[in-house]
Design a protein around this ligand. Structure first.
Ligand code: 2BA
Length: 107
């Protein structure tokens, strides 16, 4: 068994989860935020048998879009910090980790 951990854009997460549920997968959604942009994102956990890893990743891939996001920046000029031009950063579609599951039980 594997645990698929997917970090998604908050705009994509509802559609991805809807299609995963429709295909019969159980999903847990966590409200998370990126360490770099410090913007909210969504992390999903999907526990599946090994042969289901690819179908799940295919659904996540199908409904996750890559987009550009602006990141506010500051500079130091000896008299303190002041805002400078925001930097454009390419984010996502999705970042996916597949982890081995030692044990799985439901009570
Ligand atoms: P953030 O950490 O807010 O990163 C947002 C985007 O900023 C990243 O998009 C990437 O394009 C850029 N970025 C992040 N760290 C960077 C760095 N040290 N130098 C230059 N550019 C950097 P994605 O790669 O699509 O990542 C989207 C979100 O997925 C990340 O949000 C983070 O929450 C998560 N993530 C991505 N890779 C990860 C990893 N290896 N481990 C843990 N979380 C990860």
């Amino acid at each position: 068994m594997k645990m698929i951990l997917g970090i998604l854009n908050t705009d994509d997460a509802p559609v991805v989860i809807q299609h995963l549920n429709k295909a019969g997968y159980f999903v847990t959604r966590l409200a998370t935020s990126g360490g770099f942009l410090r913007a909210g994102n969504a992390t999903i956990l999907v526990g599946v048998d090994d042969e289901k890893v690819k179908p799940v990743i295919d659904i996540i891939h199908q409904y996750s879009r890559s987009r550009k996001q602006l990141m506010p920046t500051t500079s130091e000029a000896g008299i303190g910090f002041f805002p400078t031009m925001p930097v454009e950063v390419q984010v996502g579609g999705a970042t996916i980790f597949v982890l081995n599951v030692e044990n799985f039980e439901k009570f």
